[in-house]
Design a binder for this molecule. Structure first.
Ligand SMILES: NC(=O)c1ccc[n+]([C@@H]2O[C@H](COP(=O)([O-])OP(=O)(O)OC[C@H]3O[C@@H](n4cnc5c(N)ncnc54)[C@H](O)[C@@H]3O)[C@@H](O)[C@H]2O)c1
Length: 246
Protein backbone atom coordinates (compact mmCIF):
# COMPACT_ATOMS: atom_id res chain seq x y z
CA UNK A 1 0.00 0.00 0.00
CA UNK A 2 2.65 2.50 -1.09
CA UNK A 3 0.00 5.03 -2.20
CA UNK A 4 -2.38 4.70 0.74
CA UNK A 5 -5.07 7.41 0.61
CA UNK A 6 -3.27 9.35 -2.14
CA UNK A 7 -5.43 10.94 -4.84
CA UNK A 8 -4.38 10.47 -8.44
CA UNK A 9 -5.45 11.66 -11.87
CA UNK A 10 -4.64 9.28 -14.73
CA UNK A 11 -5.35 10.46 -18.28
CA UNK A 12 -6.36 8.01 -20.99
CA UNK A 13 -7.16 5.39 -18.37
CA UNK A 14 -10.02 3.78 -20.30
CA UNK A 15 -7.81 1.03 -21.70
CA UNK A 16 -4.25 -0.17 -22.18
CA UNK A 17 -1.40 1.20 -20.09
CA UNK A 18 -3.56 3.94 -18.52
CA UNK A 19 -6.12 1.41 -17.27
CA UNK A 20 -3.35 -0.73 -15.77
CA UNK A 21 -1.87 2.34 -14.07
CA UNK A 22 -5.27 3.25 -12.57
CA UNK A 23 -5.75 -0.31 -11.26
CA UNK A 24 -2.20 -0.57 -9.90
CA UNK A 25 -2.63 2.74 -8.08
CA UNK A 26 -5.89 1.49 -6.58
CA UNK A 27 -4.17 -1.74 -5.47
CA UNK A 28 -1.54 0.45 -3.78
CA UNK A 29 -4.28 2.34 -1.90
CA UNK A 30 -4.99 5.40 -4.06
CA UNK A 31 -8.30 6.90 -5.20
CA UNK A 32 -8.26 7.59 -8.91
CA UNK A 33 -9.75 10.15 -11.29
CA UNK A 34 -10.09 8.55 -14.72
CA UNK A 35 -9.63 11.39 -17.21
CA UNK A 36 -10.63 9.70 -20.45
CA UNK A 37 -12.06 10.87 -23.78
CA UNK A 38 -14.22 7.75 -24.13
CA UNK A 39 -16.88 7.89 -21.38
CA UNK A 40 -17.76 4.18 -21.73
CA UNK A 41 -14.26 2.81 -21.19
CA UNK A 42 -13.62 5.49 -18.56
CA UNK A 43 -16.66 4.31 -16.60
CA UNK A 44 -15.51 0.67 -16.93
CA UNK A 45 -12.12 1.50 -15.42
CA UNK A 46 -13.82 3.48 -12.66
CA UNK A 47 -15.92 0.43 -11.77
CA UNK A 48 -12.79 -1.75 -11.73
CA UNK A 49 -11.08 0.72 -9.34
CA UNK A 50 -14.14 0.67 -7.06
CA UNK A 51 -14.13 -3.14 -7.14
CA UNK A 52 -10.65 -2.89 -5.58
CA UNK A 53 -12.15 -0.94 -2.69
CA UNK A 54 -11.02 2.56 -3.70
CA UNK A 55 -12.90 5.66 -4.81
CA UNK A 56 -13.04 6.47 -8.51
CA UNK A 57 -14.31 9.36 -10.58
CA UNK A 58 -14.69 9.06 -14.34
CA UNK A 59 -14.56 12.40 -16.17
CA UNK A 60 -14.93 12.62 -19.96
CA UNK A 61 -12.20 14.97 -21.12
CA UNK A 62 -10.10 15.72 -24.17
CA UNK A 63 -6.69 16.52 -22.69
CA UNK A 64 -5.84 18.68 -25.73
CA UNK A 65 -8.62 21.07 -24.68
CA UNK A 66 -7.26 23.46 -22.03
CA UNK A 67 -10.67 24.52 -20.73
CA UNK A 68 -11.86 20.90 -20.30
CA UNK A 69 -8.67 20.06 -18.40
CA UNK A 70 -9.06 23.06 -16.11
CA UNK A 71 -12.68 22.07 -15.41
CA UNK A 72 -11.54 18.51 -14.67
CA UNK A 73 -9.04 19.68 -12.06
CA UNK A 74 -11.62 22.01 -10.44
CA UNK A 75 -14.11 19.11 -10.28
CA UNK A 76 -11.54 16.70 -8.81
CA UNK A 77 -10.38 19.19 -6.17
CA UNK A 78 -13.95 20.08 -5.24
CA UNK A 79 -14.73 16.39 -4.65
CA UNK A 80 -11.50 15.18 -3.05
CA UNK A 81 -9.83 18.39 -1.75
CA UNK A 82 -6.38 17.31 -2.90
CA UNK A 83 -4.57 15.67 -5.79
CA UNK A 84 -1.15 14.14 -5.11
CA UNK A 85 -0.38 12.37 -8.37
CA UNK A 86 -0.83 13.23 -12.05
CA UNK A 87 -0.10 10.66 -14.77
CA UNK A 88 -0.10 12.03 -18.33
CA UNK A 89 -0.75 8.89 -20.35
CA UNK A 90 -3.45 9.77 -22.94
CA UNK A 91 -2.34 9.58 -26.52
CA UNK A 92 -2.60 8.14 -30.00
CA UNK A 93 -0.45 7.73 -33.08
CA UNK A 94 -0.98 8.81 -36.70
CA UNK A 95 2.01 7.16 -38.40
CA UNK A 96 3.44 8.89 -41.48
CA UNK A 97 6.83 9.51 -43.06
CA UNK A 98 8.24 13.00 -43.42
CA UNK A 99 6.67 13.97 -46.74
CA UNK A 100 3.33 12.36 -45.93
CA UNK A 101 2.65 14.06 -42.61
CA UNK A 102 -0.66 15.92 -42.89
CA UNK A 103 -1.04 19.18 -41.04
CA UNK A 104 -4.17 17.98 -39.24
CA UNK A 105 -2.41 14.81 -38.03
CA UNK A 106 0.66 16.74 -36.86
CA UNK A 107 -1.60 19.11 -34.92
CA UNK A 108 -3.66 16.25 -33.44
CA UNK A 109 -0.67 14.15 -32.34
CA UNK A 110 1.26 17.09 -30.88
CA UNK A 111 -2.04 18.29 -29.42
CA UNK A 112 -2.85 15.16 -27.43
CA UNK A 113 0.68 14.31 -26.29
CA UNK A 114 2.48 17.60 -25.88
CA UNK A 115 -0.25 20.19 -25.38
CA UNK A 116 -2.30 17.66 -23.42
CA UNK A 117 0.59 17.01 -21.04
CA UNK A 118 1.24 20.73 -20.67
CA UNK A 119 -2.47 21.46 -20.09
CA UNK A 120 -2.70 18.92 -17.27
CA UNK A 121 0.55 20.02 -15.60
CA UNK A 122 -0.43 23.70 -15.80
CA UNK A 123 -3.87 23.01 -14.34
CA UNK A 124 -2.58 21.02 -11.35
CA UNK A 125 0.61 22.98 -10.58
CA UNK A 126 -0.89 25.78 -8.39
CA UNK A 127 -2.50 23.14 -6.16
CA UNK A 128 0.65 21.00 -5.86
CA UNK A 129 2.77 24.10 -5.20
CA UNK A 130 0.39 25.14 -2.41
CA UNK A 131 0.64 21.63 -0.92
CA UNK A 132 4.42 21.47 -1.29
CA UNK A 133 3.93 17.95 -2.61
CA UNK A 134 3.28 16.32 -5.95
CA UNK A 135 4.24 13.48 -8.27
CA UNK A 136 3.94 13.99 -12.01
CA UNK A 137 4.70 11.11 -14.36
CA UNK A 138 4.61 11.60 -18.12
CA UNK A 139 4.47 8.84 -20.73
CA UNK A 140 6.93 9.22 -23.58
CA UNK A 141 8.31 6.38 -25.72
CA UNK A 142 11.67 4.92 -26.70
CA UNK A 143 10.94 6.56 -30.08
CA UNK A 144 10.98 9.93 -28.33
CA UNK A 145 14.66 9.42 -27.60
CA UNK A 146 15.69 7.49 -30.73
CA UNK A 147 13.29 8.74 -33.43
CA UNK A 148 11.54 6.29 -35.77
CA UNK A 149 10.97 5.98 -39.49
CA UNK A 150 7.40 6.89 -40.52
CA UNK A 151 6.65 8.12 -37.01
CA UNK A 152 7.49 11.80 -37.52
CA UNK A 153 4.67 13.41 -35.51
CA UNK A 154 4.61 10.80 -32.74
CA UNK A 155 8.39 10.70 -32.19
CA UNK A 156 8.55 14.50 -32.19
CA UNK A 157 5.72 14.72 -29.66
CA UNK A 158 7.30 12.08 -27.44
CA UNK A 159 10.72 13.83 -27.63
CA UNK A 160 8.93 17.02 -26.63
CA UNK A 161 7.51 15.29 -23.56
CA UNK A 162 11.04 14.40 -22.43
CA UNK A 163 12.10 18.07 -22.78
CA UNK A 164 8.95 19.27 -21.06
CA UNK A 165 9.51 16.83 -18.17
CA UNK A 166 13.06 18.01 -17.54
CA UNK A 167 12.14 21.70 -17.76
CA UNK A 168 9.16 21.32 -15.42
CA UNK A 169 11.28 19.20 -13.03
CA UNK A 170 13.77 22.07 -12.83
CA UNK A 171 11.02 24.64 -12.19
CA UNK A 172 8.99 22.68 -9.64
CA UNK A 173 11.75 20.91 -7.69
CA UNK A 174 11.87 23.61 -5.03
CA UNK A 175 8.26 22.82 -4.15
CA UNK A 176 9.04 19.11 -3.59
CA UNK A 177 7.21 18.14 -6.76
CA UNK A 178 8.85 15.20 -8.56
CA UNK A 179 8.45 15.11 -12.34
CA UNK A 180 9.64 12.06 -14.25
CA UNK A 181 9.13 10.48 -17.64
CA UNK A 182 8.63 6.82 -18.56
CA UNK A 183 9.71 5.54 -21.99
CA UNK A 184 7.85 2.31 -22.81
CA UNK A 185 8.98 0.01 -25.58
CA UNK A 186 6.61 -2.42 -27.29
CA UNK A 187 3.71 -3.00 -24.89
CA UNK A 188 0.75 -5.22 -25.77
CA UNK A 189 -2.25 -2.92 -25.45
CA UNK A 190 -5.49 -3.08 -27.49
CA UNK A 191 -4.19 -0.49 -29.97
CA UNK A 192 -0.74 -2.02 -30.43
CA UNK A 193 -2.14 -5.55 -30.71
CA UNK A 194 -3.56 -4.59 -34.13
CA UNK A 195 -0.02 -4.20 -35.50
CA UNK A 196 0.90 -6.52 -38.41
CA UNK A 197 2.73 -9.69 -37.38
CA UNK A 198 5.86 -8.87 -39.42
CA UNK A 199 6.47 -5.63 -37.47
CA UNK A 200 5.72 -7.33 -34.17
CA UNK A 201 8.26 -10.11 -34.95
CA UNK A 202 10.86 -7.56 -36.03
CA UNK A 203 10.51 -5.57 -32.79
CA UNK A 204 10.68 -8.68 -30.61
CA UNK A 205 13.82 -9.87 -32.42
CA UNK A 206 15.42 -6.53 -31.58
CA UNK A 207 14.33 -6.67 -27.94
CA UNK A 208 16.94 -8.28 -25.64
CA UNK A 209 14.22 -9.86 -23.45
CA UNK A 210 12.71 -11.37 -26.68
CA UNK A 211 9.09 -10.57 -25.89
CA UNK A 212 6.58 -7.74 -25.81
CA UNK A 213 5.81 -6.04 -22.52
CA UNK A 214 2.53 -6.11 -20.65
CA UNK A 215 0.73 -2.91 -19.56
CA UNK A 216 1.17 -3.98 -15.93
CA UNK A 217 4.95 -3.90 -16.35
CA UNK A 218 4.74 -0.18 -17.18
CA UNK A 219 2.16 0.43 -14.44
CA UNK A 220 4.50 -1.06 -11.82
CA UNK A 221 7.20 1.47 -12.69
CA UNK A 222 4.75 4.38 -12.79
CA UNK A 223 3.43 3.41 -9.35
CA UNK A 224 6.99 3.35 -8.01
CA UNK A 225 7.64 6.84 -9.40
CA UNK A 226 4.35 8.01 -7.84
CA UNK A 227 5.42 6.71 -4.45
CA UNK A 228 7.71 8.21 -1.83
CA UNK A 229 10.17 5.40 -2.55
CA UNK A 230 11.18 7.51 -5.57
CA UNK A 231 11.45 10.68 -3.46
CA UNK A 232 14.89 11.73 -4.75
CA UNK A 233 14.10 11.11 -8.43
CA UNK A 234 13.15 14.04 -10.61
CA UNK A 235 13.74 14.76 -14.28
CA UNK A 236 14.59 11.09 -14.80
CA UNK A 237 13.97 9.17 -18.03
CA UNK A 238 12.98 5.62 -17.10
CA UNK A 239 12.97 3.14 -19.98
CA UNK A 240 10.61 0.15 -19.74
CA UNK A 241 11.32 -1.61 -23.02
CA UNK A 242 12.79 -5.05 -22.34
CA UNK A 243 16.00 -3.49 -23.63
CA UNK A 244 14.58 -2.37 -27.01
CA UNK A 245 16.29 0.88 -28.10
CA UNK A 246 18.65 1.06 -25.13
N1 LIG B 1 1.61 0.49 -26.15
C1 LIG B 1 2.85 0.77 -26.46
O1 LIG B 1 3.58 -0.07 -27.02
C2 LIG B 1 3.42 2.13 -26.13
C3 LIG B 1 4.78 2.34 -26.36
C4 LIG B 1 5.34 3.56 -26.04
C5 LIG B 1 4.54 4.57 -25.50
N2 LIG B 1 3.23 4.34 -25.30
C6 LIG B 1 2.44 5.44 -24.77
O2 LIG B 1 1.72 5.01 -23.63
C7 LIG B 1 0.46 5.69 -23.55
C8 LIG B 1 -0.66 4.66 -23.52
O3 LIG B 1 -0.56 3.83 -24.67
P1 LIG B 1 -1.59 2.64 -24.94
O4 LIG B 1 -0.93 1.73 -25.90
O5 LIG B 1 -2.13 2.15 -23.66
O6 LIG B 1 -2.73 3.44 -25.74
P2 LIG B 1 -4.25 3.02 -26.01
O7 LIG B 1 -4.57 3.53 -27.37
O8 LIG B 1 -4.50 1.59 -25.72
O9 LIG B 1 -5.03 3.90 -24.91
C9 LIG B 1 -4.97 5.29 -24.93
C10 LIG B 1 -6.16 5.85 -24.19
O10 LIG B 1 -6.09 7.29 -24.26
C11 LIG B 1 -7.39 7.78 -24.56
N3 LIG B 1 -7.25 9.08 -25.25
C12 LIG B 1 -6.81 9.29 -26.51
N4 LIG B 1 -6.83 10.60 -26.78
C13 LIG B 1 -7.30 11.23 -25.67
C14 LIG B 1 -7.54 12.58 -25.35
N5 LIG B 1 -7.34 13.56 -26.25
N6 LIG B 1 -8.00 12.88 -24.11
C15 LIG B 1 -8.23 11.89 -23.21
N7 LIG B 1 -8.03 10.59 -23.47
C16 LIG B 1 -7.57 10.27 -24.69
C17 LIG B 1 -8.00 6.72 -25.47
O11 LIG B 1 -9.40 6.83 -25.53
C18 LIG B 1 -7.51 5.44 -24.81
O12 LIG B 1 -8.38 5.00 -23.79
C19 LIG B 1 0.40 6.61 -24.77
O13 LIG B 1 0.87 7.89 -24.42
C20 LIG B 1 1.36 5.95 -25.73
O14 LIG B 1 1.88 6.84 -26.67
C21 LIG B 1 2.64 3.15 -25.61
Amino acid sequence: MRLKDKKAIVTGAGQGIGRSIALKMAQEGADVVIAEMNPDTGAQTARAVEALGRKAMSVAVDVANQKQVQDLVVQALKAWKRIDILVNNAGFDRPAGLLKVKEEDWDAVLGVHLKGTLNCIQAITPHMVENGYGKIINLSSVWGRRGAVSEISYSTAKAGIIGLTKSVARELGKYQINVNVVLPGFILTPTVSKMADKYRTMIIENTPLKRAGQPEEVANVVAFLASDEASFMTGAEVTVSGGWHI
